[in-house]
Design a protein around this ligand. Structure first.
Ligand SMILES: [Zn+2]
Length: 278
């Protein structure tokens, strides 16, 4: 079913955290669909940052940026895996209508940096960019990384667990001694250019994704448990339009009832075999 749907051309990919786990970026929901960060991964007592908490106070932002400063090193050195390379291969062959990714790690683009191929929409934004909440300027995270490093000489709490959103576990003492950087242009509050929990995907981006679903011949979900509505709604939309939905994920997903076929299998191996079978 997966081979047939992709070989026919015009398939739209919807990818999630499961596609990046083989790049060493942990899937915090995992095969059970449960949040591992509540203890099981060693990242105890940590819940995802919400937009309301982030914008609500300087203390919360200091905590976020301190943890994220550590997490960024992990994200920045992650490289695409067999799954990303397979998707890039499908794109090069002209078989894809596009890629919608829920991941904020930039690994689809890293696997296929040449522009003009299948469009990649970063549904939840990207950790590779930073947004000023005052002037709206977007800048490279690598620039902010240099500024944060310069503002915090010698600050290094050592090796700590990292979540898929680039967050890292860190004790209060290390957070308290961290210095945050503001917008270099206007002094405003900086936020990673990602959609936090409690924040909506920008409407134009949502519409662009619906357009891709409508133009596609099929929807192929790769490595997402579809727990959040921001991804699940495209599965529902495809099913409503009569487009076949194929889901490849380790573990059950919230979209399984809409799928023409589901495949519970490792992503890298499955997608490499898919490309070989075409
Ligand atoms: Zn600014």
């Amino acid at each position: 079913m997966l081979v047939d749907v992709v070989a026919a051309g015009g398939a739209l990919i919807l990818s999630g955290a499961g596609l990046s786990t083989e790049s060493g970026i942990p899937d915090y929901r995992g095969p059970t669909g449960l949040a591992r960060r509540n203890g099981a991964s060693g990242v105890s007592g940590s819940t995802p940052m919400t937009y309301q908490v982030f914008t609500g106070g300087a203390g919360a932002r200091r905590r976020y940026w301190a943890r994220s400063h550590l997490g960024w090193r992990h994200i920045a050195r992650a490289v695409p895996n067999d799954g990303h390379r397979a998707v890039a291969g499908l794109s090069r062959r002209g078989l894809l209508a596009g890629v919608i990714t829920q991941n904020v790690d930039g690994l689809h683009q890293a696997a296929d940096p040449v522009t003009g191929r299948a469009e990649v929409i970063e549904l939840h934004g990207s950790l590779h960019r930073v947004l000023c909440l005052s002037c709206g300027q977007r800048t490279a995270r690598s620039d902010l990384d240099r500024r944060l490093a310069a503002a915090n000489p010698g600050w290094d709490p050592g090796s700590v667990p990292v979540n898929p959103d680039g967050d890292a576990a860190l004790d209060d003492e290390a957070v308290a001694s961290f210095r945050v950087a503001d917008c270099a242009a206007c002094g405003g509050v900086l936020k990673p250019d990602v959609v936090f929990f409690g924040e909506n995907v920008p409407p134009a981006r949502t519409r662009a994704c619906y357009d891709l679903v409508e133009a596609a011949s099929a929807l192929v979900v790769l490595g997402s448990s579809l727990t959040v509505m921001s991804g699940l709604r495209y599965v529902r939309h495809a099913a409503r339009l009569g487009r076949p939905v194929v889901i490849v994920n380790q573990g059950a997903t919230r979209g399984d009832a809409y799928a023409a076929a589901t495949l519970d299998a490792p992503l890298g191996q499955t997608l490499t075999a898919l490309v070989a079978a075409l």
